[in-house]
Design a protein around this ligand. Structure first.
Ligand SMILES: [Mg+2]
Length: 191
């Protein structure tokens, strides 16, 4: 089946976090708290997916308080942290949302993503994913994890579904309105 045919039925886009939404780096503070960096372009991609009527979620093996804030800001529909068996979580999501596997896309970077990648309708790997992950995926991004791979994967789905123009029009209205409300009021000329 062609890539675009696999992307067309997708309703839910799931993703890994470390190495996919981030570049994999963890900065450990003296108190043990871990800090990660997220990419604003991926954040915009997730906003675009939501505007296209797609739901977005994460399944990650780790848990972090920082990610709770990021997830809330991105308004993720599914958030699963500290997951040992990602395949099991996916099965639960499909059951609860009454979705077919063909209606779900997943993007990841490492070996613990393989089960889910093999089960979903559309699978994606970040450019710097493990070779076995890259080999099993429908689409290998040109961009690496934490550097726009998620955005690239989402744009592929939006384009395949023929929603690109609508999302662009919607976004420009949204950004235009935001810009206008932030602009200072015009000064009145003195008589
Ligand atoms: Mg990972």
């Amino acid at each position: 089946m062609r890539l675009h045919d696999k992307a067309r039925p997708v309703k839910l886009i799931l993703m890994d976090v470390d190495g996919t939404l981030t570049d994999g780096a963890l900065f450990v503070l003296p108190d043990g708290e871990e800090v990660k960096g997220y990419n604003v372009r991926d954040g915009m991609g997730i906003l675009m997916a939501r505007r296209a009527g797609l739901e977005v979620g994460v399944i990650t093996g780790k848990a972090s308080r920082g990610f709770d804030h990021r997830a809330a800001r991105l308004r993720l529909a599914e958030i699963h942290q500290s997951v040992a068996d990602k395949g099991k979580v996916l099965a639960g999501i499909l059951e609860r949302r009454k979705l077919a596997a063909a209606e779900v896309a997943y993007i990841g970077d490492d070996l613990n993503d393989l089960d889910v990648l093999r089960a979903v309708g559309l699978s994606g790997a970040v450019a710097d994913a493990h070779p076995l992950v890259r080999r099993c995926c429908d689409y290998v991004c040109r961009l690496p994890g934490g550097r726009g791979a998620v955005r690239e994967f989402i744009e592929l789905i939006i384009r395949s579904q023929g929603k690109w123009d609508a999302v662009m029009a919607d976004l420009s209205t949204l950004l235009d309105l935001r810009g206008r409300s932030a602009a200072p009021a015009p000064r009145r000329k003195r008589p």
